[in-house]
Design a protein around this ligand. Sequence first.
Ligand SMILES: Nc1ncnc2c1ncn2[C@@H]1O[C@H](COP(=O)(O)OP(=O)(O)O)[C@@H](O)[C@H]1O
Ligand SMILES: [Mg+2]
Length: 556
Amino acid sequence: MSMELPPDDELELDADGDLAPVSKEKKKARLNKHLSFARKKHINTYNDKQNKKRKKPDITKHNAKEFVDTYVEASKVIDEKVNVITSDVKDFLTEYYPETIEDKKVAWEPFPGPQTQFLSSDEDEVLFSGGRAPGKSDALMMDALRYCGNKDFRGLVIRKAMKDLRDLIKRAKDLYPLCYPGTKWKEQEKLFVFPSGATIEFGYCDHEDDVGQYQGQEYTWLGIDELTQLHLEETYEKLIASVRKSGAGLKNYIRATTNPNGPGKNWVKKRFVDKGGMGKTITISTFIPQLNRTIVTTRKWIHGVVFDNPKIMKERPEYIAMLQNIDNAILRKQWLEGDWDSADGLAFDEFDRKSHVIEPFDIPQEWYRFRACDWGYKTKAVNLWLAVDYDGQVYVYRELVTTNVLAKDFGDKIRQIEDEAGERIRYGILDASAWSQRGENAPPPAEDMGLVWRPSDRGAHSRLTGKLQVHNFLQKDPLTGEPKLKIFNTCTDLIGCLTSLPISDTNPEDVNTKVDDHSYDALRYGLMSRPRMNNNYNFYNQQSEQPVVYNTSFGY
Ligand SMILES: Nc1ncnc2c1ncn2[C@@H]1O[C@H](COP(=O)(O)OP(=O)(O)O)[C@@H](O)[C@H]1O
Ligand SMILES: [Mg+2]
């Protein structure tokens, strides 16, 4: 009885990295090795298997490269050099060499759902957020391990405080040597050294000064557990600057996990959560003038809850009961659901994605449309487009957000968007200060934009009445259960702003204006213009039965 040879067109990478047919000798030698291994180890099961016909891999020119890659990884497993099996290798072995993995015990395998999603992500930066115990920390540590067969791999796992780091190290000491037999832990350097030469270092970052010790180093992979423990985005940026080590077959990755509370909540939320939605690839293009090139990097946000951990569901349901019994509603929400939108001191804590955020739809031509804008050059400029239906229901259906864009270009962009959409915009309302900012010889930005605007109300209590108006629109009607304001899910800046804007420290009736509140301001101006279907202001003729341009000194 003999093992069938794979087809003659089997390919491998030659010394130059090209695909070339595997020589007959090499192929035979490899198969003989596998055969003797199988005979020695699994003689009985092997004999059984002979009764079943072994499948032959179908190699085509499209899957040849992938097949070779999988084959190389599978050979390592067959030769017992590695105990880490990715799902494609597992499928391959199960299909073609089942006897080699039949009696192997699985040391660790990702849970279906967010953990699997996290481990299979290819984006440059990935955040795994969530409530307690979906398996965030385990996923982080095991993600690094996948590359430890490569001698050039240098991983760094960071946790803010040393004492928390110990728990991670303890878990890694259990798992790492199981996956790569022969792995050594060096206590002094807080470093795992793998048989290939790859290393994973464990470090803390309690103070700004601690960053220094990592800055001089180069890493291939960085993982930060509990990211919101870092107060400042700058600390994170300094850490990721050391992820630049290259090596054959290695890409640089940054991975992080977090609970949605902690001092760094706002910047983490803005960087990952507010950018485009769960599980979606976020693309960031950065133009680097010195290189005259645009560099594209990618990010992703993955979210999990305790119900994604089948081990806890099965073995410790009392833990879930404990979470459900937490008295403090906000803490309960954060630990159980990992909810990013619930926090102490939010200005709009009634905001609820399920009712206020909707999938975009085509707005009927007849609906009343207008725009609202908060102008800023160095800070942010935000223009929101709103529509009102026959029942007075308001929809924010588009946003334009820029920084460092001149007023004229911003105005051109707005006009271009409206022209392309063929929309009739009935009026525009703009931050009144856009008339009073003026350069040496330059016209104020409101004029520079070259569009027709009404100035926002700058009256004594306009900020506070404006905030009340936003609350009024967010409030759900007791009869229908629906709010008067709905926002298309494409307006990510506005949604991010409303779900994170804190109450002012000094005036509990206003929002904290020290944070990015530009989208909120634009919305406030828009809603303060009391939008109605039958608004009698004629935008095109610039006249109305009632005088609505109440501050004529603005000149428009
Ligand atoms: N894929 C897995 N297989 C087995 N146990 C797991 C797995 N993922 C997580 N666990 C276990 O579940 C528990 C919670 O996981 P952990 O990573 O600490 O959660 P989190 O960091 O999200 O709070 C831990 O005991 C951990 O070892
Ligand atoms: Mg954890």
